[in-house]
Design a protein around this ligand. Structure first.
Ligand code: SF4
Length: 502
């Protein structure tokens, strides 16, 4: 006879303070620059920490095997990634040692999609491979001060969360300048070398971060210090050594999609960043910073509903908008330290306004209305020639966005949009689909470049001649002013036309 079982929510064994020096905190799910800086930040606070290796196809298969086979593919990738890592450690150290020596820290939320159940997939998978006593802790992405986890081994306080935020923002601005440099470098490999050196240097900066208070003092210090901007200025000097040739038409491809798939760089998204570059494109990567900006908006949207009903709603809204302005200012400051080359964050109010006719802003699963908003924002503001949306297999929020995009494309048929369903094991299908749209984007970039040549009354030879007399403009640190074109090559042509002949 079947015995009724009551549901019990996952509760990890305590992680004790005295275990900190022996236990390694595992985490993942971001791009490698941000992960490396987060590791340094955790070490700065006295923890041992390491990012998991980037998820692979083998992780996807194991994730599907061990947990719910119908789950969205990011859940399968991350579940299999953790399971494979623990199994490999267990072979070397033994299962008991793994349970004692590692814990996993992951972001959690209440949904509205699979995101609210990731830890349950992990729990199921770990039970299936005999690692039930392994400990996982959830970090609420919307709370800065969450106190100690059970046992006090991990304290999620302001020095940790603000430091983690700054680590991610620094990783983002570095990623953006990198992607604007590599496609144009004249010596292959130079950008990668500078970025590797920069991440290692910034890691040391985070490792040596001074302690400045346990509460609001830490926040005030991060906002006012020149510690991080000085470090980024040093990185900017290294970029100065990179010579670039921007006088070429390259299609700019804006990556959007589900948070995990647009952020990581590797098998989970078929290495789409590098693949696009190898196909001659300039990638406009998805900054994690946009997600945090969105979270502030989501909170404000909830409060908006109470305006006129609850007297405290207006002051709360005003406070949130002030926080949002400060947050965006802090990001701009970090961008400024890299010569203003990393792109500014799109205005959340604009994304919401653009998406409003197609998807309601209170539909909050996944990236919510941002996918529609970002696609239109990129197109209408000439930020990219094409939008490539990475949509996970079995993801409800993304399926809704793609449906809504049909109406967007009806109204804006010239928007080049490549929605790719990412299953993790259908690479050829996804990339060939992307290639079809990319071919048209390349043609548009070429046509735009030729029109810029015509309107600037230059030939490519005279443009090159002018460029040769302006070595500053051949440096990765030169910010090409925008003249209404999408591609950097066309904008550079217009700028050269304005310059007096030497
Ligand atoms: S947004 Fe989609 S892919 Fe991401 S966790 Fe939710 S359901 Fe899964």
């Amino acid at each position: 006879m079947a015995v009724a079982q009551t549901y019990k929510a996952y509760k990890p064994r305590p992680f004790l303070k005295e275990e900190r020096s022996n236990v390694q905190i595992l985490f993942g799910g971001l791009h490698w620059r941000a992960e490396s800086l987060l590791q340094a930040l955790l070490e700065n606070l006295g923890y041992r920490a390491a990012p998991l290796p980037t998820a692979s196809k083998a992780d996807l298969l194991l994730g599907r095997e061990l947990a719910d086979v119908g789950q969205c593919c990011p859940t399968s990738f991350t579940t299999g990634n953790l399971a494979n890592f623990l199994q490999s450690r267990a072979v070397q150290e033994g299962a008991e040692a793994v349970a004692a020596n590692y814990v996993y820290l992951t972001a959690g939320a209440c949904g509205a999609c699979r995101f609210g159940q990731y830890h349950q997939s992990y729990e199921l998978a770990l039970r299936n491979i005999g690692h039930d006593s392994f400990r996982m802790f959830l970090l609420d992405q919307s709370e800065f001060d969450q106190g100690e986890t059970a046992g006090g081994g991990l304290e999620i306080n302001l020095p940790l969360t603000i430091g983690a935020l700054w680590a991610i923002l620094c990783g983002d601005v570095l990623q953006d300048i990198e992607y604007q440099t590599r496609p144009y470098e004249t010596k292959p490999g130079e950008t990668d070398a500078v970025v590797a050196e920069s991440v290692s240097y910034l890691g040391e900066v985070f490792r040596k971060r001074p302690r400045r208070g346990k509460k609001w003092g830490a926040l005030a210090w991060h906002l006012s210090t020149g510690y991080f901007t000085d470090a980024l200025r040093e990185v900017f000097r290294w970029f100065e050594a990179i010579e670039v040739d921007r006088l070429q038409p390259k299609p700019v491809v804006k990556l959007t999609g589900e948070f995990y798939l647009q952020t990581v760089e590797g098998d989970p998204n078929y290495n789409i960043h590098r693949w696009l570059e190898s196909e001659g494109a300039e990638v406009y990567p998805a900054a994690v910073a946009v997600w945090f900006d969105y979270l502030i908006r989501v909170r404000a949207q909830k409060i908006e509903d109470y305006v006129g009903v609850d007297l405290s709603a207006r002051p709360k809204l005003a406070l949130l908008y002030a926080i949002q302005r400060i947050y965006r200012w802090a990001y701009s400051r970090l961008r400024g330290a890299l010569g203003g080359i990393p792109r500014p964050l799109p205005e959340q109010a604009e994304l919401r306004r653009l998406a409003a006719p197609y998807l309601h802003h209170r539909l909050q699963g996944g990236e919510g209305d941002m996918l529609i908003g970002k696609a239109l924002w990129s197109h209408l503001n000439k930020k990219a020639h094409m939008v490539c949306e990475l949509s996970p297999y079995a993801c409800l929020p993304n399926t809704m966005s793609i449906g809504a995009m049909a109406a967007v494309l009806g109204r804006y048929p010239d928007l080049l949009y490549a929605p790719l369903e990412i299953k993790g094991d259908a690479e050829v299908h996804a990339l060939s689909r992307c290639q079809m749209v990319l071919t048209e984007a390349t043609r548009r970039a070429q046509a735009e470049f030729e029109t810029a040549l015509e309107t600037s009354k230059l030939t490519i030879e005279t443009a090159r001649h002018r460029l040769d007399f302006r070595p500053k403009m051949k440096r990765a640190t030169y910010r090409v002013p925008r003249h209404g074109w999408t591609g950097i090559g066309a904008n550079l042509l217009s700028e050269l036309a304005r310059e007096r002949v030497a």
